[in-house]
Design a protein around this ligand. Structure first.
Ligand code: ATP
Ligand code: MG
Length: 232
């Protein structure tokens, strides 16, 4: 679904991503892990087209998208839930969801699919509340729901559990598991909450200083890899 080849990216003079190679097969969940500041968000932003790579190629669903604008990537099926959620606080839940439709290939004529509320029942009773009045966990659910209304083929999730209380983390885990079980959306999950990432992901990548330093099947991840690259 997504293939990244030899991707390099910098902020000004500072190189952030170094020769990144990464593949996400259809319907799989890939965890991208690593300590603070290693470049995880930078990689997601580059996949979404918010940052331009210095070198390398990105292929999505059979097309080279390296130089596409973010809007085009969104319409073609890449959904991005940024770190810190980024919902519109002064708009209602319903308005936030309707804005998600802008990224749908078919455009605004569409309505919010009723099935969405099977996945997010709590949001249905909150449609008229302002996004900013929702709890952190509810905002995270809203941010994911807003991207799902555009019916993405690939979902980029940046630290969905960050700053969220444990009981809600479980809800978010169930949401991601449900999406995974449907099997139609691939997920690149950036996550520092190790157990959460390992429970959900089929495959893992670990970054350090802008490079992928370890990758493999989640089930087989070793204690050494965790100790060397993920613990403080
Ligand atoms: N807008 C920016 N301008 C310059 N440098 C930046 C910018 N954003 C991030 N950086 C730097 O790029 C590096 C990678 O940042 P990035 O946000 O991708 O890390 P991260 O792995 O997502 O970290 P975290 O786990 O804390 O979210 C860091 O050294 C950071 O300071
Ligand atoms: Mg980050």
């Amino acid at each position: 679904m997504l293939t990244i080849r030899q991707l390099n990216c910098s902020y000004g003079e500072t190189t952030i991503l170094r020769n990144i190679n990464l593949t996400i097969p259809p319907g799989k969940v890939m965890a991208l892990m690593g300590r603070n500041g290693v470049g995880k968000t930078t990689l997601l932003k580059t996949v979404m087209g918010l940052l331009r790579p210095l070198a390398g190629e990105i292929f999505f669903d059979g097309q080279e998208i390296t130089h596409w604008a973010p809007e085009k990537r969104a319409r073609e099926g890449i959904g991005y839930v940024p770190q810190g959620r980024d919902i519109f606080p002064y708009l209602t839940v319903e308005e936030n969801l309707l804005l998600g439709l802008e990224a749908h290939k078919a455009g605004r004529a569409m309505a919010i699919p009723e099935g969405l509320f099977d996945l997010f029942p709590a949001l249905k009773s909150m449609l008229l509340r302002k996004g900013g009045n929702l709890s952190g966990g509810e905002q995270q659910q809203l941010a994911i729901a807003r991207v799902l209304v555009s019916e993405p083929k690939l979902l980029l999730l940046d630290e969905p559990t960050e700053g969220i209380q444990p009981s809600i983390v479980l809800q978010i885990e169930n949401t991601i598991r449900f999406i995974k079980e449907q099997g139609t959306i691939s997920i690149l999950l950036v996550e520092q909450y190790l157990e959460f990432a390992l429970r959900l992901a089929d495959y893992y990548y670990i970054m350090e200083k802008g490079s992928i330093v370890s990758e493999g099947i989640t089930h087989d991840i070793s204690k050494e890899v965790i100790a060397n690259h993920l613990t403080v």
